[in-house]
Design a protein around this ligand. Structure first.
Ligand code: NAD
Length: 453
């Protein structure tokens, strides 16, 4: 691992990545590589967990291509040095800020959107002028393998290299010194990454998870809200970091909600053979999810096909915060519905828990919308929608507290992989005596007068 990093440090120090045209060329090259290998990339992800070409395009490559296009279009603007006003103390001078790449970056990906979660941070890192060592998740082994093959055969390994592997390889990488680590995954592994980075004082972005609530208020447009919510929840079989984890709604809305939710699931006719339902990633997760389903509390679904690693979309009712399903991030196709007596009570329950990655507010009431957005802390979210905030690259994407630190997408990604170097450039034709010794009462008086004291 050390040799890989040394090689990238040499490449970085050659200053090739400082050239904006180099960065744009590399991003275009990545886009062409992915486009010309679409069929193989589709086959690999289908073999891993049944993701259809439709979803592979909309949820993985579509976002990746938009990211590349935006970075190429806006890079020159993002990378420009920015003038700021100079204060009177430094007269005569100019002041400006130069964005510079951090250096050799390590990107560790999660398995649930294996292309997008590996490539989107890599695009941000390249746009900002870093070299990249990418370690995709080992669980979808076919996607990890094809990413390694395509990238390692096409890019200079001093600039962009994929290292495959699991815990051992990642631990070996984490022992090394990087200039930036970008991690997507669970909160527990996030802690390990943060500790390893602390040894070298390496800056870290952590994109983690959590239990993201969907909160309904009285008077919400139930039909439209349920349609959007059910789509967002069961996309990728619930294996989405920003999936609505559970629903909180007024008691009076429960029956109507459940009826509509069931109808929505039936209408979508989720099935592998329809190309619109995705397998659970592995047997360990099937076992984990099985334990979260309380058979007594199933309103709809609950069927598990262990061999095929499929869990039918499942709605649970009569759920309380003490149930097993409410003790961990679900990360699967199970939607628990909890009713509340008062919105205050619901807010207080959410506040007792860790800050989630997302929160979704379904309401037509401006006062209640603002109350929820103001009082709850979470990474990001949506009003009368779920998940789609991720698709707007002008919205920085990231968590807060246990759901992560730092953000990316669009310019936020460029900033995440940059250092902003502040420069004061002084003219030489003038100097005051005020700051120089010998110090005197007179000089101090002048300084105070200039400061308005
Ligand atoms: P994970 O933490 O198990 O694995 C993530 C990465 O860490 C993988 O590349 C894995 O190889 C590596 N890893 C695992 N154990 C390690 C260890 N002990 N030491 C060093 N490296 C290790 O997460 P996952 O199962 O791939 O993903 C699920 C979690 O990720 C969920 O909590 C989900 O919410 C979160 N997630 C967050 C985002 C986001 O953008 N915020 C996106 C996707 C997933």
């Amino acid at each position: 691992m050390k040799a890989f990093i040394d090689q990238q440090r040499v490449f970085f120090n050659s200053n090739q990545t400082k050239d904006l045209d180099f960065r744009i060329d590399q991003l275009q090259k990545l886009k062409s590589l992915l486009l010309s290998n679409q069929n193989r990339l589709n086959e690999a992800i289908y073999a891993d967990f049944g993701k259809s070409p439709f979803e592979t395009f909309t949820n993985e490559f579509g976002l990746v291509f938009l990211d590349i296009d935006e970075a190429c279009r806006k890079l020159k603007k993002w990378a420009k040095r920015k003038r700021v006003r100079t204060n009177w103390v430094n007269f005569p001078a100019k002041s400006y800020i130069i964005p510079e790449p951090l250096g050799v970056s390590l990107i560790i990906g999660a398995w649930n959107y294996p292309y997008q979660l590996s490539l989107a941070p890599a695009i941000a890192a390249i746009a900002a002028g870093n070299t990249v060592i990418l370690k995709p998740s080992e669980l979808p082994s076919n996607t990890s393998k094809i990413l390694a093959e395509l990238i390692n055969n096409s890019f200079d390994p001093g600039f962009f290299r994929v290292v495959e592997g699991g815990v051992d390889e990642t631990s070996a990488l984490l022992e090394q010194r990087f200039d930036k680590i970008f991690f997507t995954g669970s909160t527990n592994v996030g802690r390990i990454v943060y500790q390893a980075a602390a040894k070298h004082l390496t800056p870290v972005t952590l994109e983690l998870g959590g239990k993201s609530p969907a909160i309904f208020t009285e008077g919400a447009n139930l039909k439209m809200s349920v349609k959007r919510l059910i789509w967002a929840k069961f996309l990728n079989s619930g294996q989405t970091c920003i999936a609505p984890d559970y629903v909180l709604l007024p008691k009076s809305m429960k029956d109507a909600f459940l009826k509509l939710a069931k109808a929505e699931i039936e209408q979508a006719s989720y099935a592998v053979e329809n190309g619109n339902y995705i397998r659970i990633i592995n047997d360990r997760n099937i076992e984990r999810l099985k334990k979260l389903i309380d058979k007594e509390k199933i309103y709809f679904g609950g069927e598990i096909l262990e061999q095929e690693r499929i869990i039918q979309p499942t709605l649970m009712h009569h759920v309380t915060f003490d149930d097993a399903v409410m003790q961990e991030e679900i990360f699967g196709p199970i939607l628990p519905v909890i009713t509340y007596e008062s919105l205050e009570g619901a807010i207080s329950e959410v506040k007792k828990r860790e800050k989630p990655l997302s929160c979704y507010v379904f309401t037509n009431d401006t006062f209640l919308k603002n109350k929820l957005l103001n009082e709850l802390s979470f990474g990001g979210g949506a009003v009368n929608e779920a998940i789609m905030h991720i698709s707007n690259s002008r919205l920085p994407f990231g968590g807060v507290g246990q759901s992560g630190m730092g953000s990316y997408h669009g310019e936020a990604g460029f900033k995440t992989f940059s250092h902003y170097k502040s420069i004061l450039e002084k003219a030489t034709w003038f100097e005051t005596k005020l700051k120089y010794p010998p110090y005197s009462e007179g000089k101090l008086k002048w300084i105070k007068r200039l400061m308005g004291l």
